[in-house]
Design a protein around this ligand. Structure first.
Ligand SMILES: [Zn+2]
Length: 143
């Protein structure tokens, strides 16, 4: 796909051919991995919690921001053209983070909102490793 490509009505077959070509070049395993890294990075970036290590890994994986924007935009159009499989939805719900995460994979990290009281910390959920913000609690049985 040319980076400067602009969608035109009737180009669906060409877009499909580019997707198939790209998937063939990368291989499905790498395509799935890159999609998972992108999805998780976008969640962290939107939350404003991506680390420099994650930003660096993202830029190595996707060196052209313009091309990534263009490809992502066209890929989102295909969601309406094709049925998304249950396996793809499951893959999309599994975070994969490249680079050190603030939560170290635990789903939580400490944040201090009061600069005058550095010991006052709150737990914040990681947008990639714990997007629902659900905190597991110990199961207790009351009899
Ligand atoms: Zn995390």
């Amino acid at each position: 796909m040319p980076t400067a490509y602009s969608y035109q009505r009737g180009d669906d077959a060409q877009i499909e051919a580019w997707i198939v070509e790209g998937a063939g070049r990368l291989g499905l395993s790498e395509l799935y991995r890159s999609a998972a890294y992108l999805g998780s990075f976008q969640m962290l970036d939107l939350a404003g919690t991506a680390t420099r290590d994650q930003e660096r890994a993202h830029k190595v994986r996707f060196p052209s921001a313009a091309r990534l924007r263009r490809a992502s935009s066209l890929a989102s159009l295909t969601v309406g053209m094709f049925q998304v499989s249950d396996a793809a939805i499951k893959r999309g719900n599994r975070p994969q983070v490249e680079g050190a995460c603030r939560c170290a994979g635990t789903g939580w990290f400490e944040v201090c909102y009061d600069p005058d009281e550095p010991t006052s910390v709150a737990l914040e959920s990681c947008a990639a490793h714990n997007p629902s913000g659900h905190m597991p609690t110990p199961v207790r049985v009351f009899a």
